[in-house]
Design a protein around this ligand. Structure first.
Ligand SMILES: [Zn+2]
Length: 236
C-alpha cells in the first residue's frame, strides 16, 4: 500500500471527520459563509460547481461518465452526483472533512448521501441552516441595479447604493434592473427552489444534525454563530 492509499483509508475510517452540509435559500449568504467556514475550520469548500469542474479535469471512468451527461445537456442522476462526492472525499485535503454547498438539493439525494457516508464509516456531522425571512431574500435578490452605459458598474439598492438614486456614480448614466432580478422572476425562482430545500431541512432536522442560525444579522455575526455551534457539536 502506498502512503497515499494508507492516508486515504485512514481518512475514510476516521470518525472525527467533519462532514458539514450548508443549507440556505438563494440570497441567504450560504456560499459566502461556506467560504468563511472553510477557512476557519481548514476544510475544503466543495460546491456543486467545483465538483463538476473537478470532473472536467479528472481522468477517471466516473469523470468520463459525468462528462457524458454534461456534454449531452442531460441532468446528472443523483447516484452519480453522490459518487462524485464520494470520490471528492478521498482527496487529501478532505481528510478532516468537507463543507458541502449546493448538495444535497432533494431528500432523495440526502438519503443517497447518508447511505454512501455510512458505507465509508462516517455520517453528516452538522447541517447549518442560514434562515432568512422570504421578504428579506426578495429585497436582497431584487436590489441589483446596473449601469446602462457599462454593465461592469453594478450597484445594490441596500448593500451598495449609488450616491444619487438611479444614477451611476462613475459616468452619470441611468441604472436599470435586469429582468432576472425583477420581483416576478425572483419570486418564481424562490417558489421553485424553496419547497425542496425545506424538505431537505426537515429531513436533517429529523436526523438531529440540523441547527438554524438567523441570517438577518451581519455576515460576521453569522460566521461567529456558525463556528460556535459547529465546534460545540463536532467536538473541536
Ligand atoms: Zn456607469
Amino acid at each position: 500500500m502506498t502512503s497515499e492509499a494508507v492516508a486515504d483509508t485512514a481518512a475514510r475510517n476516521g470518525g472525527s471527520r467533519r462532514i458539514i452540509v450548508m443549507m440556505g435559500a438563494p440570497g441567504a449568504g450560504k456560499g459566502t459563509q461556506a467560504e468563511r467556514l472553510a477557512e476557519a475550520l481548514d476544510l475544503p469548500h466543495v460546491s456543486t460547481g467545483e465538483l463538476f469542474r473537478a470532473m472536467r479535469k479528472s481522468d477517471t471512468p466516473l469523470a468520463e461518465q459525468v462528462r457524458g451527461y454534461m456534454d449531452s445537456g442531460a441532468l446528472v442522476p443523483d447516484d452519480i452526483v453522490v459518487a462524485m462526492v464520494d470520490d471528492r472525499l478521498t482527496w487529501k485535503d478532505a481528510k478532516n472533512g468537507v463543507i458541502l454547498d449546493g448538495f444535497p438539493r432533494t431528500v432523495a439525494q440526502a438519503r443517497e448521501l447518508d447511505a454512501m457516508l455510512a458505507r465509508v464509516g462516517t455520517a453528516v456531522s452538522a447541517v447549518p441552516y442560514i434562515e432568512v425571512p422570504t421578504e428579506l431574500l426578495l429585497a436582497r435578490l431584487t436590489g441589483r441595479r446596473i449601469c446602462t452605459k457599462d454593465d461592469q458598474h453594478v450597484y445594490h439598492v441596500v448593500a451598495m447604493p449609488p450616491k444619487k438614486e438611479g444614477i451611476c456614480d462613475i459616468d452619470g448614466a441611468e441604472l436599470y434592473q435586469r429582468k432576472d432580478d425583477s420581483e416576478e422572476t425572483v419570486q418564481a425562482r424562490l417558489d421553485q427552489q424553496l419547497p425542496p430545500m425545506f424538505e431537505v431541512v426537515d429531513y436533517y432536522a429529523g436526523n438531529d444534525v440540523l441547527f438554524a442560525v438567523p441570517g438577518d444579522q451581519s455576515p460576521e455575526a453569522v460566521t461567529e454563530e456558525l463556528l460556535r455551534v459547529i465546534n460545540s457539536r463536532t467536538g473541536a
